[in-house]
Design a protein. Sequence first.
Lengths: 113, 112
Amino acid sequence: GAGVSQSPSNKVTEKGKDVELRCDPISGHTALYWYRQSLGQGLEFLIYFQGNSAPDKSGLPSDRFSAERTGGSVSTLTIQRTQQEDSAVYLCASSLARDDEQYFGPGTRLTVT
Amino acid sequence: QKEVEQDPGPLSVPEGAIVSLNCTYSNSAFQYFMWYRQYSRKGPELLMYTYSSGNKEDGRFTAQVDKSSKYISLFIRDSQPSDSATYLCAMSYKAAGNKLTFGGGTRVLVKP
């Protein structure tokens, strides 16, 4: 079946602009995670949604980062007033339930110039 | 010090050799252990998922977990050039919502 999809695959933006990154999880998966992968920091957790529960935002690096998940399916990660240090690959993963295996999408490569 | 440590490599082996990868961790709360493979400019692909000490085998892959030593391993038998990739270990536990903590990844190169 279809895996996790993300769009856009690449995004180049100017410092100070806002960006929106989209994630479509595997159909039926109730848990959705956002991670960031950068050269210096490796792969780091950002935020997690499980069903209708309040999201776990403990990994968000600043209040410029936010995410929402509409209708328990698609999720959007928003970065406001982008900075050069935000340049990274943003990865989305989903799992059938909270304690199940996580399957990753291909990522969105964000470059802030 | 990072919660999960992984040798960055690169690890270069001839085709057909056994690839041996490992990670150490400091947080005894970790319950679930995973290995992901990541090709350049692609998302991580789940290879192995275990939650108990001992061995788990799947085809050419064997995952080992030793919770007493806080040490996990992945072995790849009969390695192929297509196994050339970065291998990431990851761990999680229920109380943390199963969010993954990753090692830094080991680059593996299998030479024909």
